[in-house]
Write a protein that binds this ligand. Structure first.
Ligand code: GLN
Length: 247
């Protein structure tokens, strides 16, 4: 059998930006890549680390305002690299705190301005209200999206991005409009923890298919079912989706 082809997954700032189980997104990508016969190589990138040479997919999680402060300078330092990857169509998933910092700016409740890397055309304002709870949202691209939100920053989209989904339960980006998350090129930004990908495998498969297409110019191979497990696991996901988030 041929050696599995590597897919390099870069996880941004797992030390400071990784809450409410966001690391589950990395685990899902690893496992689903393996099921398709690829070798996932996970690079954990924290401030001052060397930026990996090969990057096929980028993920980043949420964090407190203090965590965002810790990584901000470094994020700006590697900004050009991230812009280049984004422009060339690299799939990315940014959750909550890093979703905010992929935008232009985050003005905290205290009025401090945390400059974002400006890849996504959006702005975030800190508020005294926390938006907390389960979220159900409808996306034309991915179908129903489920997750959990907990943020006091509220995000407003500019004309350069599309919303990821429209909220039917919970708040999403802010308490005013009904949008959740953002889409730009092959980037998915979202407020949803949970983690997002275990509950929403359609998004995981989009990220994987895009990474594989970009790197090897091939459609990602059909899911390999080593112990008859792949199919039942998607079935379990479906059951968990229908029971977990509707409370
Ligand atoms: N600190 C940000 C906020 O509360 C992000 C929180 C998070 O990542 N869950 O808005």
């Amino acid at each position: 059998m041929a050696e599995p082809k590597p897919i390099h997954v870069l996880q941004l700032y797992p030390r400071d930006m990784n809450i409410y189980g966001d690391f589950g997104n990395a685990l899902v990508l690893q496992r689903r890549l393996q099921w398709r016969g690829y070798e996932p190589i996970l690079h954990s990138y924290d401030p001052e680390d060397e930026f990996p040479e090969q990057v096929d997919l980028v993920i980043g999680g949420g964090g407190q305002d203090s965590g965002q402060d810790k990584i901000q300078q470094d994020l700006l330092r590697i900004g050009d690299r991230l812009h280049t990857l984004a422009q060339s169509g690299t799939p990315m998933l940014m959750i909550c705190g890093l979703y905010q910092l992929f935008g232009h700016s985050f003005r905290t409740r205290e009025g401090r301005e945390i400059k974002g890397v400006g890849i996504l055309d959006l702005r975030t304002e800190g508020t005294d209200t926390r938006l907390i709870g389960n979220v159900v949202a409808e996306s034309t691209e991915f179908g129903e999206i489920l997750g959990y939100e907990n943020h006091s920053g509220q995000t407003y989209l500019g004309p350069g991005v599309q919303p990821l989904a429209r909220v039917t339960k919970g708040e999403g980006n802010n308490a005013k409009d009904s949008y959740e998350g953002a889409r730009f090129k092959n980037i998915v930004g979202s407020y949803l923890h949970g983690s997002l990908l275990p509950k929403n495998p359609a998004i995981a498969d989009f990220l994987i298919a895009t990474a594989v297409q970009n790197r090897y110019a091939e459609a990602s191979q059909p899911q390999i079912d080593p112990a008859g497990s792949a199919q039942p696991i998607d079935e379990l996901t479906r059951k968990a989706r229908t029971t977990a988030t509707r409370r």
